[in-house]
Design a protein. Structure first.
Length: 97
């Protein structure tokens, strides 16, 4: 079951959205690669990645000594279907009023 609150919390922060954009552009990045794109400490990036992982938006996989981070778009798609689609169709129906 998807926890919408965790997803919305994760998406509320611009740094976390930027990390998702980086993973969307090229999946399977290491913490070092992600850290090099941000002006913050390694620990700060790790905290943001943990929130994204807890929301199910990022999954990790070990490859030797490295930990690779991958985007999981399914929770975003489910939130879109649950929240955005229904309101978009509602708005379309009420436009004629």
């Amino acid at each position: 079951m998807i926890d919408d609150d965790r997803i919305f919390k994760a998406l509320a922060d611009p740094t976390r959205r930027y990390l998702l954009d980086l993973l969307f552009a090229r999946d399977g990045r290491t913490l070092t690669e992600l850290e090099s794109e941000l002006a913050m400490t390694r620990f700060g990036v790790m905290k943001h990645l943990r929130v994204l992982e807890d929301a199910g938006l990022v999954v990790t996989r070990r490859s030797g000594r490295e930990k690779l981070h991958f985007l999981d778009p399914v929770p975003i798609q489910m939130v879109h279907e649950r929240w955005l689609d229904k309101y978009t169709s509602y708005s379309s129906r009420t436009q004629g009023l």
